[in-house]
Every structure is written in structure tokens, then in C-alpha cells.
Unconditional design. Structure first.
Lengths: 269, 243
């Protein structure tokens, strides 16, 4: 190979090395812009939401009611695990009532909102993207537009409103069951009397902790439903595109939720 | 009347439309014939503003689509019925709900009137007792008919058909062709049909536009097309003779 040819190959490899991250960054901002545009359009046309109140109720059932079993199941075990592990880590160092305080604080502030969101990112987010993605590839969204409907108001707004309303409610259910689970785990496995657990719980309870958990639930509900709707609307191609978008939704919503979790904790606590 | 002037459209590297000009006259059925994947369906979607051309103008009843606000565009869409290639029925709704959706949203009909209207639209496409069925429980031909019933529910002025007979057996396809002709007579609609099926085209069409490589290579009547010496046009005629 001549010197010129080697130089040319090196140049093209270097160019490729820099162009790939550049393309990724451009694509990210392109999608961010489109996502913000979709949210902006949704807010601008929010007055139309009342016309689709039936859709909102339907989505509240899908997102809320249908998710109750999994949220309660996860919360119960989260509470039990937190109680057992707290007791194991702190057994020799502190009064037993502290386990009740620790479980309550951890559950209200962090564990229930975060784990509920992560579980629902998979369940609700994936369902929404697959549903809307299939509607996109089978031209059902085009058909809505052809029938003079605004597909964002008809399909996205009801899902986002349902997410914002139902996620905090699920968090409340999760909080109750997680604390009950913690009480059960502490008393049966760690041998902590229920009275001690309740006493610790009462002494440490701060209503702001519960409110903070609800704020998190609301924000996570918005992120999960809006991102999954956006992903569904952007699907291209056939079933392969739907699968890819669904996977992207789960990854993106999980990442967004943990980042937002940190931001909220930093700002509000 | 619908007029398309100098339409250009590119998707990525592919230039799908290269300066198209087309006129759809009132009360006629214009058939656009071309091979699959060439950009014919895109053209239909451009007419109702679902896809924007890169350049060129589309004028419907004197209104330039590109200059309309979103609300104005939605109002213009009331004039159109669109039969999608796969019917595009909303699969979470029953057949009846699919048809009444636009009626509930865009008309002042009462519940009883809406039920009558749904029944009438289904009768026009020769279907009865299917309102309660889900789209997943009906055949491909029935889906097309329901799609047609949904499209005509608001009595449109224009009907756009995207490959109406694709994926159907000959008998069902002939049934759809007859329906297209009947709807033209009954409702007096102006139609644009996109197809690669020359047999169906000749059954339903008054005028024909042959679409090849992003351009209309010929526009004319059935006789003009049949007598054309253009080898690209002859290709379609010969495929009809063979079938």
C-alpha cells in the first residue's frame, strides 16, 4: 500500500470515528425536538381532552386497575426485603424500632415510587408503544387523520392524563402494602415486635415524605406514558419496527426515570 | 376538482415524485396505475394532507392544501373518504363503532340517527348484522367493505381508494369493483383509485394515469391506453390480456 493510500484510509477511519458520535448526538436532538413538539401540541390542544373523556377513563382502567396486582405484589416483597435487610445490617447497633422508621422512610421516599415506575415502564410503556406502533404500521393513525381527528389529542393525551392520574394512586397503594410487608417481614423473619416497628414508623413519619413520593409518581407517570406514546407514533416499517420501538421505550423510560429520580431528590429534598 | 401541479417528493435517497401534474375532474373516476412501491399511495396521502410534498401545489376545490391551517385542513378532510390498502379498521372497536366514530365526532346526529346511518352505510356495501363484530373476526373482503362503509358514512364528495382489490380473490375483488361503481352512481362521488391491477382499473375507471419512475408517462381514456404504442404502457395492457 502506498503512503497516499494509507493516509487516505486513516483519514476515512478518523472521519468515521468522529462522525458516528456526531450522528448519534444529532439523532438524539432530532428526537428530543420532535418529542417536545408532540408534548407542546398536546398541551396546546388540551381543551379537546374533554371530548375524549371516554378514552381517558378507558386508559385509566388499562394503566391503573390492570396494574394493581403487579404493583401490590412487588411492593409487598420490597417492604419485606427492606425490613429483613435493615434488621440484618443494623441488628447490633440500634434499637429495633429504627427498622420501622427505616422501612417507612425508604418505602415512601424511594422504593415504592421508583420500583413501581420501573415495573410499569415495562408493563404500561411497552403496551402503549406496541399498541400505537401497530396502529401506525397498519395505517390506523393515518385513518384517524383522514377522518379529521387529531391523533395526538385522541391517542396520546388520554394516555398521558391517565398516567399522571393513576401512577400516584398506584404509589399510594404500593406504599400501604410495602409498609404492611415490612411489618410482616420484620415480625416473622427478623423477630421485631410489631409494636416496636409501629412505634419507629410513627416517630419518623413526615407527611412530606408521602407527598414527595406522590410527586415522583406523577412525574414518572408523565415520563413513561409520553415517551411510550411518542415511540409508538414514530414506528416505521412492520413488526420489526414495533419490536424495536417497544424495546427502546423500556430502555428510555427506565433511564429517564432514574435520572429524574435523582433530579427530584436533589431539588425537592 | 383536484389539481396537482409540479409535485416533487423525496424519501431519503429515493426521489419518488419528479414533477407530477394531474387533474381530477368532478364526478369522474380517475385510476392511477403503476407498480407497487412506486409512490402512488403517497400521492393519495398528499391529496388529504397526510404527507407534504417537497415542492409543488395541490388544490382542492380552489383551496391550496399547503397554505391551510390545521383546522382548515381538518374541515377539508370532511370532503374525503379514504379506503386504505389494509382497510385500517380500528382493531379495538367493533365494526359499528368504526363507522360511527366520525359521525359522533363531526355530526349533530342523535344516537338513533347514527344507528340508522351506520346501518345504511353497511347496506350500501352489502353487509348486514356485522355491527357487533370485531375487525379480527371478519374476512379481508369484509374488512374492505367495512372500510368503505366508514369512508362513506359522512357522505364525502371525493373518494380515495388505495389498492382496493389487493390481497383479495378474484370474486371478492370483482365485488369491490362493482361497489366502487355503485357508490359513484348512488352518491355521485369523484374518485381517485390507485392500483397495480389493470383489470380492476378498467372495470372502475373513466380516465387513467400511468405512473412510472416518479412520473405520469400517459394520461387518457381506456381506448387511449389500449391503443398506446408506448412499451411501458403496453406492459400493463399485456399483463391484463394474460390474466
Amino acid at each position: 500500500m502506498t503512503d497516499t493510500a494509507i493516509e487516505s484510509t486513516m483519514f476515512s477511519r478518523t472521519a468515521e470515528l468522529f462522525s458516528r458520535p456526531g450522528k448519534i448526538i444529532l439523532t438524539f436532538f432530532e428526537h428530543l425536538g420532535r418529542y417536545m413538539g408532540t408534548i407542546g401540541w398536546m398541551i396546546y390542544n388540551f381543551r379537546n381532552a374533554k371530548e375524549y373523556s371516554g378514552n381517558i377513563l378507558q386508559q385509566m382502567v388499562m394503566i391503573g386497575n390492570n396494574s394493581i396486582p403487579i404493583v401490590l405484589f412487588v411492593s409487598m416483597f420490597v417492604g419485606m426485603v427492606t425490613a429483613v435487610q435493615s434488621s440484618y445490617q443494623l441488628y447490633d447497633w440500634i434499637p429495633r424500632s429504627v427498622v420501622g422508621a427505616l422501612v417507612t422512610k425508604s418505602v415512601l421516599l424511594e422504593l415504592t415510587p421508583l420500583l413501581t415506575a420501573l415495573v410499569l415502564a415495562g408493563k404500561v410503556g411497552a403496551t402503549i408503544t406496541a399498541e400505537l406502533g401497530t396502529m401506525r404500521v397498519t395505517e390506523q393513525i393515518d385513518a384517524l387523520e383522514a377522518l379529521a381527528f387529531d391523533p395526538i389529542s385522541f391517542l396520546i393525551t388520554p394516555r398521558v392524563i391517565a398516567g399522571i392520574l393513576m401512577f400516584p394512586i398506584l404509589v399510594v397503594f404500593g406504599d400501604f402494602v410495602a409498609i404492611l410487608g415490612g411489618m410482616f417481614g420484620a415480625s416473622t423473619i427478623a423477630g421485631i415486635p410489631i409494636e416496636a416497628f409501629v412505634s419507629g414508623m410513627k416517630s419518623s413519619f413526615d407527611s412530606w415524605d408521602a407527598i414527595f413520593g406522590l410527586i415522583k409518581g406523577t412525574v414518572f407517570g408523565f415520563i413513561i406514558t409520553s415517551v411510550s406514546c411518542y415511540q409508538g407514533f414514530q414506528v416505521q416499517g412492520g413488526s420489526e419496527g414495533v419490536g424495536k420501538a417497544t424495546m427502546n421505550t423500556v430502555v428510555l423510560t427506565c433511564l429517564s426515570v432514574v435520572v429524574m429520580d435523582f433530579i427530584l431528590a436533589s431539588v425537592l429534598l | 376538482m383536484i389539481t396537482l401541479t409540479n409535485i416533487w417528493k423525496r424519501f431519503g435517497e429515493k426521489q419518488v415524485h419528479k414533477g407530477l401534474d394531474l387533474e381530477v375532474r368532478d364526478n369522474e373516476t380517475l385510476v392511477i396505475i403503476g407498480r407497487s412501491g412506486g409512490g402512488k399511495s403517497v400521492l393519495l396521502k398528499m391529496i388529504i394532507g397526510l404527507i407534504k410534498p417537497d415542492s409543488g401545489s395541490i388544490i382542492v376545490d380552489g383551496k391550496e392544501i399547503g397554505t391551510l391551517t390545521y383546522k382548515q385542513l381538518q374541515r377539508l378532510r370532511f370532503k374525503f373518504g379514504f379506503l386504505f390498502q389494509g382497510a385500517a379498521l380500528f382493531d379495538s372497536m367493533t365494526v359499528g363503532q368504526n363507522i360511527e366514530l366520525a359521525l359522533r365526532r363531526h355530526s349533530d346526529y342523535k344516537d338513533t340517527d347514527i344507528s340508522e346511518r351506520v346501518k345504511y352505510a353497511l347496506e350500501l356495501v352489502k353487509l348486514t348484522n356485522v355491527s357487533h363484530l370485531m375487525p379480527s373476526n371478519i374476512s379481508g373482503g369484509m374488512k374492505k367493505r367495512v372500510g368503505l362503509a366508514r369512508a362513506i358514512a359522512l357522505t364525502p364528495k371525493y373518494m380515495l381508494y388505495d389498492e382496493p382489490t389487493t390481497g383479495l380473490d378474484v370474486e371478492t375483488a370483482d365485488g369491490i369493483n362493482l361497489l366502487i361503481n355503485e357508490l359513484k352512481t348512488t352518491l355521485g362521488v369523484t374518485s381517485v383509485v390507485v392500483t397495480h391491477d389493470i383489470h380492476s382499473a378498467f372495470v372502475v375507471g373513466d380516465r387513467f394515469a400511468i405512473f412510472e419512475n416518479g412520473q405520469f408517462i400517459m394520461t387518457g381514456t381506456k381506448d387511449d391506453i389500449r391503443n398506446s404504442p408506448n412499451p411501458e404502457v403496453r406492459k400493463y395492457i399485456e399483463s391484463d390480456i394474460q390474466t
